[in-house]
Design a binder for this molecule. Sequence first.
Ligand code: SF4
Length: 341
Amino acid sequence: MKRSTLLALPPADLARSVVALGEKPFRAKQLWRWFYQRYETDFDAMTDLSKPARALFKERYHPLLPQQVRVEASRRDPSRKFLFRFADGESAEAVFMAHEDRTTLCLSTQTGCPLGCAFCLTGRRPGRNLTPDELVGQFLSLVRGMAGERVNVVFMGMGEPLLNVEHLAAALPFLYETVSPKRVTVSTAGVLKGIAALGRVRPLPRLALSLNAGTDATRRALMPVHTYTMRELFEAMLAYPRKPGERITLEYVLIKGVNDTDAELGALFDLLKPHRRVFKVNLIPYNAVPDLPYEEPEEARVDAVGRMLARREITVTVRRSLGRDIRAACGQLAGEGLGPP
Ligand code: SF4
């Protein structure tokens, strides 16, 4: 059941909701500042609202944020994984990752994923699209208390963002209130129509591609979305508008014996060779999960792959995932234990 909310409403709609409660339109500006600039969604903490106004909003619109059902903190690093439940009982996970020099929030766009990538737990339940207020609510839950701090946002959690472009585009302006579009990245498995649709959104977020293979055959086996060719996929990525010098990130989850072989990486290199200045590769060692038949690559192999690409003048980083012990890494978010499958 969908409930009404004040979140993710454009200014005119927010003012209409406020006036409908018998409050003055300027209250909408106050709420806007509290929500999107100060990250405060507790009406009791909104000190420039009169007490009766606070009580009225609370009575009508509390709680604003999705229910936080579970928080798991990593014992190895400062990452935390959150499980949210929405009004209809569906759930999704999001991850808070504190790096030395920045904080990254990894948000979900769906409560499962219909794309069914072979290595991904999320892909085992189709789920539904998150609505703009659920997307914004997820963001505000994670950034609470962080007003003024610099955060990066990646839509790389549960679901395929480009199957939910409309809601995503509606949610982005609320994040842009404090987060620069160049710090917002949308990661796709390669939904070609969605890449073109996102390219029409302004301001434009960054785009990343979860590539995970060098050949059509391997990509098709791992990612059923790959019903086209690598050439078509690269054409779609290259057509995405970007600023001069801005690179497109290719994520490559390295799976032992599947996509870390010399043959697969040779094919990857051939693909990247003409576009060395456009793409950068992010190598992510796979995190094995008990229910799936894939293995993590050895550390030495990960380093060797990184060195091999670097030698061939491809910009490459190795991302050893935070939150390994809380299953917060790529493809491991499952929205476990809650909501309809
Ligand atoms: S890897 Fe991404 S696109 Fe593939 S099933 Fe998982 S969530 Fe969906």
